[in-house]
Design a protein around this ligand. Structure first.
Ligand code: NI
Length: 203
């Protein structure tokens, strides 16, 4: 081989290796894309679902009553000393900051302490956060059912007496689409601006 042939041979080899590397990168990318799609699909299927509860006016409601508007759902209890009132206040301020864009969003507070959170108790409590807030309560079983579909953790912490106790619970906002399907969850935050941005980015 002449010096020129060697250069051509080496150039071809390098180009061929480059094409192979490029192809394998593309293949790996398409592989990881499809696997993350799979995770997203199964996530949608696993969060949320049918429920049957009583709202803060005493009316019986199901998931179908909430179709047509995106919903921001939060689980907690009215006797919560800190996390719940903070979270609901942050949500109220975030929705206010979003202005008209937030008009379509239905804020919903679901109790995980139905023993104390009666219809009357829920009505008074959601009123603190805005006229648009809906409070949902139900029987122990109904609350256990919706908590399970949303993968919400909650449990009673033994207190001073039968009526004076705390509840442990996860503090997560769930954004559900107008079609009732899970869109995104947002972790506990004390920053309304950030929550407003997060919600707006997923409407
Ligand atoms: Ni709480």
């Amino acid at each position: 081989m002449s010096k020129r042939q060697i250069i051509i041979f080496l150039t071809c080899t390098i180009v061929a290796l480059g094409v192979l590397a490029g192809a394998s990168t593309l293949w790996m990318r398409s592989g990881s894309l499809s696997s993350s799609d799979g995770i997203r699909t199964s996530g949608e299927a696993l969060v949320g679902g049918p429920f049957s509860l009583t709202d803060h006016t005493g009316a019986r409601v199901t998931q179908d009553d909430f179709l047509g508007r995106p919903m921001m759902l939060y689980f907690g209890y009215t006797f919560c000393p800190d996390v719940c009132p903070t979270s609901l206040q942050v949500l109220a301020v975030a929705l206010e900051e979003m202005g008209e864009e937030a008009d379509v969003i239905q804020p919903v507070f679901v109790t995980i302490d139905p023993a104390r959170d009666t219809v009357e108790q829920m009505a008074e409590y959601v009123g603190y956060f805005g006229d648009d807030f809906i409070g949902l309560t139900g029987t122990d079983e109904e609350i256990a059912d919706i908590a399970r579909t949303y993968r919400v953790y909650y449990g009673k912490v033994d207190g001073e007496s039968e009526d004076d106790y705390l509840m442990d619970h996860s503090s997560i906002f769930y954004l559900m689409g107008a079609d009732g399907k899970f869109v995104k969850h947002f972790s506990y935050t004390t920053d309304p601006e950030q929550l407003a941005l997060d919600i707006a980015a997923h409407l």
